[in-house]
Design a protein around this ligand. Structure first.
Ligand code: T4K
Length: 425
């Protein structure tokens, strides 16, 4: 943090005080979205020591089995099949659930959800979202069903559950498979039941940036023993025995070192949640009453992990989302436009469906408004107060700031990765 930010005297009451127009940045080091939650290092190192002593590094080792049992217990689901990452877990779940042809999915998600289908020559059919939940709008799903449709993949974006009851009813009535991408939803619940037990299967991500992480990792969780067995075989090349292969398979195995991190991370999940809650409340307090900014909310009845803090920026208040992002980046706050511009505007989908945007008005609108802000156990609460002050003060003089950014040639500043991705300092 710079000296004025650290002393709590952040003053951005004139346009020239903002770093984008020549002022001193609030943060000397970039403040990232997605800084990993690191659990107890001693516990991690002890597990890694044990792994090295056993000389059992992957292929169904004891740490992976313990991790699977722990996840299954926490989510109250009978089967957990750990994988090397969430994307491969999605691919395997899609194959194990026998989805083919066309599958209905939200365009407003990380591109992995769509890619996991397309990778297997299944066409993702993008269906518009509900602007209140950011998730698939069940009222639009039926319009997208064709004779080639075999399933629906819902995404619990930001850990907020999909319209699970409605999607289940549609899938059952129309004879479709139903999977959920629960990459954001570990530890979240829906109507008193843990996310993980809905649809034919749900898919988790334990990527470094997730609430609970195993460096890289993922899992399929399901109530269906047949699907779980299939997924177990598929993640290990289809091997049912030393010399017998029963399905086409891949290498989706989670290594022991990842499970060591996953188990350690699970042990600290209550502390991670506490940090996320503290941060979320600081954002809520700091952004209250700021015209043009809406912080996404969660249902009080549900369990949450609060791993994403997302605001919607209404351009009518004077600054567009991109203007605000440029202002924040100049200050060292690396807010992210998750999930701009929407999968349908990424390749290969934009070439396949160049006019998809016409039937996705809500996804298009939302992709222009959202901004994810730093949180997690690595985010210093004082830093969050500074971030909210920056936003508040920028919006207070929004139209003037925007005009002067234009005059200074800063309104088009590049929003591609500003720091080397491999060396996020
Ligand atoms: N479905 C959904 C809905 C998902 O969101 C995701 C993944 C998946 C499926 C697929 O699951 P995985 O196959 O990944 O298990 C990041 C993550 O890589 C990705 O896991 C996540 N969603 C997505 C939302 O975010 P990028 O391309 O934005 O990552 P990157 O490299 O820009 O990192 C984000 C920020 O995190 C950086 O600004 C710095 C910080 N960071 C990152 C890493 C890896 C660190 O500080 N330390 C680190 O080690 O995708």
């Amino acid at each position: 943090m710079s000296r004025d930010a650290a002393s709590g005297s952040l003053q951005r009451d004139s346009t020239s005080a903002f770093a984008i127009l020549g002022g001193t940045p609030a943060f000397a080091e970039p403040l990232h979205v997605g800084r990993p939650n690191i659990g107890d290092r001693d516990r991690l190192m002890a597990r890694i020591d044990g792994m090295l002593d056993r000389a059992w590094l992957t292929n169904g080792g004891p740490l992976v089995r313990e991790f699977e049992e722990s996840v299954a217990r926490i989510l109250d689901v009978p089967h957990c099949v750990a994988m090397c990452n969430g994307t491969v877990a999605l691919e395997i779940a899609i194959r194990a659930a026998n989805l083919r042809g066309e599958v209905i999915v939200s365009p407003f998600t990380f591109v992995a959800t769509a890619h996991a289908l397309q990778w297997q020559q299944i066409t993702p059919v993008f269906c518009d979202i509900d602007p209140r939940t950011h998730n698939l709008d069940p009222n639009r799903v039926e319009d997208m069903i064709t004779p080639r449709t075999t399933g629906i993949v819902g995404v619990h974006l930001w850990g907020r559950p999909c319209a699970i009851d409605e999607l289940t009813e549609i899938a059952d009535r129309r004879g479709l498979g139903l999977l959920f991408d629960a990459a954001h939803a570990f530890g979240c619940s829906y109507k008193g039941r843990m996310i993980g037990g809905f649809g034919s299967a749900e898919v988790l991500s334990f990527h470094a940036t997730k609430f609970v992480n195993s460096f890289e990792g993922g899992a399929i969780v399901t109530n269906d023993p047949v699907l779980a067995d299939k997924a177990r075989l598929m993640r290990n090349f289809g091997f049912a025995d030393y010399d017998e292969v029963s399905y086409v398979g891949t290498n989706g195995k989670m290594p022991e070192v990842a499970a060591a991190m996953g188990l350690t991370s699970l042990e600290s999940r209550h502390e991670f949640l506490e940090a996320n809650r503290r941060n979320y409340e600081a954002y809520r307090a700091g952004l209250a009453g700021v015209d043009g900014i809406e912080l996404i909310v969660h249902d009080d009845e549900d369990l949450v992990n609060l791993q994403y803090v997302v605001i919607e920026v209404d351009e009518a208040a004077g600054l567009s989302r991109d203007d605000l992002q440029r202002v924040l980046w100049a200050e060292g706050v690396l807010a992210r436009r998750y999930f701009f511009p929407g999968c349908h505007r990424m390749e290969p989908y934009r070439s396949f469906f160049p006019h998809a945007g016409l039937v996705l008005p809500e996804a298009e609108r939302l992709a222009g408004r959202v901004l994810s802000l730093p949180t997690g156990s690595a985010a210093d609460p004082e830093a969050i107060v500074v971030v909210t002050e920056l936003i508040r003060q920028a919006l207070a003089i929004g139209p003037q700031l925007r005009r002067e950014m234009r005059t200074a040639g800063k309104a088009d500043a590049d929003l591609s990765a500003p720091w080397p991705l491999s060396a996020a300092s």
